[in-house]
Design a protein around this ligand. Structure first.
Ligand SMILES: Cc1cc2nc3c(=O)[nH]c(=O)nc-3n(C[C@H](O)[C@H](O)[C@H](O)COP(=O)(O)OP(=O)(O)OC[C@H]3O[C@@H](n4cnc5c(N)ncnc54)[C@H](O)[C@@H]3O)c2cc1C
Length: 226
């Protein structure tokens, strides 16, 4: 299937022309993001915790300490809502009302399952490291058996999923185009500064190329309705 089937929960109502359900669009947004927000209810209260993640095929994987509250709640059956946002620009309309943002975002609903098989756990941790810093896994010591036991890994299937994308200039009211103020877009994007070496590294040790040339996988937003 080329797209995720919208459900009552993932059907966009306001701004529905910006809705995207194509797998490729969703995958690109998830792959470009560095972290997500994991929401769940626990003891009758909502909670929302930022976490690293990776997309592994048609799942996202999360990891953390076996004592982690969010992971424990999800493992024990709490419904998860995971969201990811890429902020692409500030949209300066001619009215306060039409001041907006260009963005690409994804919301995923689902139940998590624990990844317990050591080889699968190792693969999930690899994907999280590689999602953040492509090329890093081959250079670092891999988790020992003890370290693997200290980490909980969860998988949330990509089934109930939506994306929403806004691109382009302001969408002002027709009569406001005659106003004198500047209007347009201030593009925003994630970029890396020069790497800062650990003071305990030998001075002559140069940083690897994936650090000096660090960049997120770039999938420029497709033109979408505003
Ligand atoms: C970009 C990013 C990526 C992260 N990636 C991971 C990850 O992959 N795995 C992981 O285990 N942790 C990650 N963390 C840390 C994570 O956000 C939590 O702080 C951590 O999981 C603590 O869990 P806990 O069970 O001890 O805390 P909880 O019991 O969940 O938290 C108790 C309370 O502490 C406060 N709190 C907890 N975390 C935060 C926070 N980040 N900011 C502000 N207040 C907070 C809240 O009020 C919360 O209700 C990441 C944080 C950030 C910002």
């Amino acid at each position: 299937m080329e797209r995720y089937e919208p459900t009552p929960l993932t059907t966009l109502r306001r701004g529905s022309t910006r809705a995207r359900y194509e797998r490729e669009t969703v995958h690109h947004i998830l792959d470009e993001a560095v972290f997500c927000h994991v929401s769940f209810a626990t003891l009758g209260r909502p909670a929302c915790i930022p976490m690293a993640f990776a997309r592994l095929g048609e799942s996202i994987v999360l990891h953390g300490s076996t004592g982690n509250r969010a992971l424990r709640a999800l493992r024990d059956g709490a419904e998860a809502c995971v969201s990811v946002t890429l902020l692409d620009g500030l949209v300066l309309g001619r009215s306060a009302f039409r001041t907006s943002v260009n963005y690409r975002s994804v919301v995923v609903y689902g139940r998590a399952e624990e990844v317990e098989d050591p080889a699968e756990k190792q693969a999930a941790l690899r994907s999280i490291v590689e999602a953040a810093i492509p090329g890093r896994w081959q250079d670092v010591r891999h988790p020992s058996e003890t370290e693997l036991q200290l980490v909980m890994v969860l998988r949330i299937p990509l089934v109930e999923v939506s994306a929403k994308v806004r691109t382009g200039p302001p969408a002002d009211k027709e009569e406001d185009y005659a106003l004198g103020c500047w209007a347009g877009v201030i593009p925003l994007h994630q970029s890396a500064a020069a790497p800062v070496a650990d003071p305990r590294l030998p001075a002559e040790r140069p940083p690897p190329r994936y650090a000096t040339h660090y960049q997120r996988p770039a999938h420029p937003p497709e033109e979408a309705a505003r």
